[in-house]
Each structure stands twice: as C-alpha cells, then as structure tokens.
Design a protein around this ligand. Structure first.
Ligand code: ZN
Length: 133
C-alpha cells in the first residue's frame, strides 16, 4: 500500500458539513459527486497529499445511513492507495482478511475500490483505491 489516499467521514448533511470543513481545513471543497453503488453523495477536500471525503446518504438503504443510525456521524473509513488492486486483494485474502466486495467496484473520483471487513482490522473499515487507467 502506498499512502493514505483519503479519510472518509459520515455526515448527515453535506449542506452543513461542507462549509464546516471548508472553515476547518481553510480550503474549498473541490468536488462533489454521487456514488450510486453506495447510494451516497460525496464531497472532497485536499489536505496536503491526502484528501478528506465526506459521505452523505441519499437513500434510506445507503450504508452511510445505517452507519449513522448505529454510531452517529464520524469517521467511517481509511482509504489506502494501491498500484494493483487485484494483486493487493489477493495478498490480503491470503493473509486472512475478508473482502466485503470480491470484485473491485467503481468508487468516487474515478477509482476502483475494495473494502475489507472491519471485524478483521480492529474495527476500522479499510478501503483500497486504485486510479482507473
Ligand atoms: Zn472512500
């Protein structure tokens, strides 16, 4: 894994949290984008080499909605950038980590992504991201 690509934060309303994070980070939100595979709207901020991704549910079935119902707003996942997502998925599976999606799927920001089961990673949801070529 190369570096932390972004940290995902679950929020109730982007309309509230975008201005909040613009103030906090002192930088404008540079992109908002729906991710239909997760039924979420996302908003991105740069923080040096890494990014902050805010996630808002747009349907009751969204995983973000379920997360907020259970745990409230807050840190949702850490995403690591990888060169070859399939190779990294294979390596992690061999090490005994469970993959939530067994095939890489389209994520925000033109990336292919895969999530690891948080029960295997000290309760932290881990996302692998690879630039789509
Ligand atoms: Zn993410």
């Amino acid at each position: 894994m190369k570096k932390i690509d972004h940290i995902g934060i679950a929020v109730k309303k982007l309309s509230v949290s975008i201005p909040l994070f613009e103030k906090l980070l002192n930088t404008p939100c540079y992109k908002t984008e729906p991710v239909d595979s997760e039924q979420t709207n996302t908003a991105f901020f740069k923080s040096g080499d890494s990014k902050i991704e805010l996630l808002e549910a747009y349907s009751p079935e969204s995983v973000i909605n379920k997360f907020i119902e259970k745990k409230g707003e807050g840190m949702h996942h850490i995403a690591f950038e990888v060169d070859d997502i399939r190779k990294e998925m294979k390596r992690l599976e061999k090490e005994g980590f469970r993959l939530i999606n067994i095939e890489p799927k389209p994520g925000a920001d033109n990336k292919l992504v895969c999530f690891l089961h948080p029960k295997d990673t000290n309760g932290i949801l881990i996302e692998l991201v690879m630039e789509r070529k």
